[in-house]
Design a protein around this ligand. Sequence first.
Ligand code: MN
Length: 231
Amino acid sequence: MTHVVATPPLTEIPVAGSSQTFPVRRVYCVGRNYVEHAKEMGFTGREPPFFFMKPADAVMVVPEGATGEMPYPTRTADLHHEIELVAAIGTGGRNIAAAEAHNHVFGYAIGLDMTRRDLQGEAKKQGRPWEVGKAFDHSGPIGPIHRASETGHYVKGAISLEVNGAPRQGSDISLLIWNVAETIEHLSTLFELQPGDLIYTGTPEGVAAVSRGDLLVGRVEGLGELRVRLV
Ligand code: MN
């Protein structure tokens, strides 16, 4: 059989320290997963985790040592950064218990859940879906995936973002409301996870707007840094 249009390219993320890549199937994201960020968004307390998605081709791959160039998106005047730890699923499953969840993680990366906050805010107000705020092209910059066999599984570790050299976000993975294992437990009751799935685990406090020309440098302890310039 032949296709009637060009085959969409597969999104592939380099695996650190190797020539192999991680093919992306789905991109799940966790909302409001650090207490201080939930507060800055007007919420308090521990609510059950909730999820949204980005399309796989919204993932913008930034190779090791490179500075990715993210086009400033259309139809927004309030583009926000959200620095996040990303877990990459290596083994699928459904109804995965938290105690088993780490066995399903191939590795970890630094990601940015870039957000058109004005469009997301309007969607929230109107009770509409979040796609236009969250799932636009280039909205998910990501660095190389580091094998969990080398980094260990993330239950703690510093996470931060600076913009033009000034600190904007800073926290610790231990402050996740729902940690990686618990997130997988919940998510796998809603969807059957598959190899190639990414989970953006949520952002700490300090989200704010960026402009064309700004340089974003995100760091997660043990994963190096993710550099993105808005163009
Ligand atoms: Mn986020």
